[in-house]
Design a protein around this ligand. Structure first.
Ligand code: NAP
Ligand code: ZN
Length: 380
């Protein structure tokens, strides 16, 4: 099954103690960050379309979640954006305090909740749009709604722990900005950043470390492919890489330029390839990548193949099309940006061939244009 998903870029932001706690158990909020880091957070806020916190954080911290710098707000307005990012909260119960600062400062507000929670939230007369997402709160529907109905392209998530945990476990976080503060909480009842449960496997990629006064900012990107038909944020990054690899292809007037990457379930890159690689005038990207692996590699059945163009179902250059090579390799998941147009073959439907054999094919049309960049001369 394929289905186009459009989600905002999701940036998780949190500060933790050396022993991994988000707060202590006292009624006052524990200040973990330093003044210079609060200013950095202000800058990150100024660069997003929306800021999300859970209802628990509104209850515990009563935050305003503003862009405090007037200069940064001026820059936003000059760029045609709202002065303040949209404020978003998530509540199952709908039990929110109408006097909280969240509702009375900054720009527009949205509450995502359940059908039951919406009845409660609407009865409170909150200065906010109340959006029920069904009997349960569904994070993918929430992100789709923010993207489609609110135009949110960058979302900053500022906690608390239950929110960060769910977004990371469901593979929906594009980035984690973690600040480590030099103090210890030492109270096992204090809230942790990440709770127990199943995380998509593997290591995160460390992309930056920065000392800010006495705290350290660490930035990470998850790398694990999504599961089955559901895309993960890391799927988008791998697919973008596949699209960019198409630029390496020797140009051709009679074949597409395509890039492909094969990634294990834990986020390890296994192989990559591109069309007409290494002097082979007819090799396809997926074929070139698969050829670099031992067919008995035990990681292949759990791997995902990313291909800028959907794997071919028919080809004149060699007997076996890429969709068949992928099936023969035992791969059960393919992510692609671009359904093949009937430029060179009449029945291009590699997605159909793969899906008929039970492979999950995820199409991310937001990358279609990027996949086409190396092929513009073919459509002229
Ligand atoms: N250090 C930091 O960077 C930082 C940042 C933020 C927060 N914090 C700390 O974190 C603590 C609060 O964290 P928390 O984990 O208790 O609260 P939270 O994550 O802010 O919010 C949890 C609440 O969100 C709603 N919710 C979350 N997932 C849901 C789902 N799948 N379906 C329905 N509702 C859902 C529920 O609201 P309902 O209860 O209304 O159903 C739930 O109680 C505070 O101590 C705060 O100081 C620290
Ligand atoms: Zn092919």
């Amino acid at each position: 099954m394929s289905y186009p998903y459009l989600y905002p870029y999701v940036l998780l932001s949190a500060a933790v103690s050396l022993d991994g706690y988000l707060d202590d158990t006292s009624p006052e909020r524990l200040l973990l960050s330093s003044p210079a880091d609060f200013d950095r957070v202000d800058e990150v806020r100024a660069g997003v379309d929306a800021i999300l916190v859970g209802a628990g954080t509104i209850r515990a911290d009563n935050p305003r979640l503003l862009v405090n710098s007037p200069e940064r707000r001026t820059v936003r307005v000059a760029a045609g954006k709202a002065e303040y990012p949209l404020k978003v909260t998530v509540s199952g119960s709908g039990d929110l305090d109408p006097a909280a600062k969240f509702w009375h400062t900054g720009g527009e507000k949205v509450v995502y909740t359940t059908e039951k929670g919406a009845v409660r939230a609407r009865s409170l007369g909150l200065a906010a749009d109340v959006v029920p997402l069904g009997p349960e709160l569904d994070w993918r529907r929430l992100l789709e709604h923010l993207h489609a109905e609110r135009g949110v392209r960058r979302l900053m998530v500022e906690g608390g722990g239950t929110i960060h945990t769910q977004l990371l476990q469901q593979g929906l976080a594009d980035e984690l900005q973690l600040v480590l503060a030099p103090l210890l909480v030492g109270d096992p009842d204090a809230p942790r950043l990440f709770g127990p449960g199943g995380y998509q496997g593997g290591r995160l990629r460390l992309t930056e470390t920065r000392r800010i006064e006495d705290v350290v900012l660490m930035r990470y990107e998850p790398t694990a492919p999504g599961a089955g038909p559901l895309p993960s944020a890391a799927d988008r990054r791998w697919l973008a890489l596949a699209c960019d690899l198409a630029a390496e292809c020797p140009p051709s007037r009679t074949a597409f330029s395509v890039g492909a990457v094969i990634v294990a379930a834990d986020g390890t890159e296994l192989a990559r390839g591109h069309s007409r690689e290494a002097g082979d005038p007819v090799v396809h990207a997926e074929e070139a990548a698969l050829a670099k692996l031992d067919p008995a590699d035990p990681r292949l059945p759990g791997a995902t193949v990313y291909s800028s163009l959907e794997p071919c179902a028919h080809r004149s250059s060699r007997p076996t099309p890429c969709a068949r090579l992928i099936l023969d390799a035992g791969v059960r998941r393919v992510v692609t940006a671009w359904r093949e147009p009937n430029t060179f073959v009449t029945e291009a439907d590699g997605t159909g061939l793969l899906a008929a054999e039970g492979v999950d094919v995820v199409v991310l049309p937001e990358y279609e244009e990027r996949a086409q960049v190396a092929n513009l001369h073919l459509s002229g």
